[in-house]
Design a protein around this ligand. Structure first.
Ligand code: 5GP
Length: 173
C-alpha cells in the first residue's frame, strides 16, 4: 500500500525538475544534445524535463531491467537499445532512481563504448546509501533514504506509475 502523505508532492517535483532543466539548459548551450531516457521508470520525469530544457535536443530511449540485485555482478538486460548514432553526440542519460547503481553503470559503460562526445547522467532520485557500484551523477533531483518509493513513473508490480507524486510503498502483511 501507498503510505501517508507524499514524500514529494507534484508541486515540489515540478519546481525541482525546473531547477534541473535550467542548469542543463545553461550547461548545454551550443551542444549536440541527445536526451536518452531509461524506460520504463523514467518516462514521466523524462517527458517533464525535456519540455523544460531550453536548448535544441534529440530524443531516444533504452529499455532495460536488472535482476539478481543483491549481487554487484547483477545482470542487466537491455530489451530495446538506443537507435541514434551516438558518436559525437553529447548524451544526457535520464534515469528515474539509482539504488545499487548496477543498472546505470552497465548502461553508462555500454554508451561510452560507442564513443559519444560526452556523457552526463541526470537521475530524479538517488538512494546514495545503497550504492554498490560507484557511478557519477551530474544532476540529481532528490536524495532519499532506503525506502521503496512509487509514483511519478516508479512502480510496484507495474502499478502506481501514474501517480503525479512520490510516495513510500509498504507491502501489506
Ligand atoms: P539499481 O540497479 O541502481 O540497483 O536499480 C535501479 C532500478 O531499480 C531503478 O531503475 C528502478 O527500476 C528500481 N528501483 C530501485 N529502487 C526503487 C524504488 O524505491 N522504487 C521503485 N519503484 N523502483 C526502484
Amino acid at each position: 500500500m501507498v503510505t501517508g502523505k507524499p514524500l514529494f508532492t507534484a508541486e515540489q517535483i515540478q519546481s525541482r525538475v525546473r531547477e534541473l532543466a535550467d542548469r542543463i539548459s545553461s550547461d548545454y548551450g551550443g551542444k549536440n544534445l541527445l536526451a536518452v531516457g531509461i524506460l520504463r521508470g523514467a518516462f514521466m520525469f523524462y517527458s517533464d524535463i525535456v519540455r523544460m530544457i531550453r536548448v535544441p535536443l534529440s530524443v531516444d530511449f533504452i529499455v532495460a531491467s536488472s535482476y539478481l540485485k543483491t549481487s554487484t555482478t547483477g545482470e542487466v538486460k537491455v530489451h530495446y537499445d538506443i537507435r541514434e548514432d551516438i558518436k559525437d553526440k553529447d548524451v544526457l542519460l535520464i534515469e528515474d532512481i539509482v539504488d545499487s547503481g548496477i543498472t546505470l553503470n552497465y548502461i553508462r559503460e555500454r554508451i561510452l563504448a560507442r564513443s559519444p562526445a560526452s556523457l552526463r547522467i541526470c537521475a530524479f532520485l538517488d538512494k546514495r546509501g545503497r550504492r554498490e557500484v560507484d557511478v557519477p551523477l551530474d544532476y540529481v533531483g532528490f536524495q532519499i533514504s532506503n525506502e521503496y518509493v512509487v509514483g511519478y513513473g516508479l512502480d510496484y508490480d507495474n502499478k502506481f506509475r501514474n501517480l503525479p507524486y512520490i510516495s513510500i510503498f509498504k507491502k501489506n502483511r
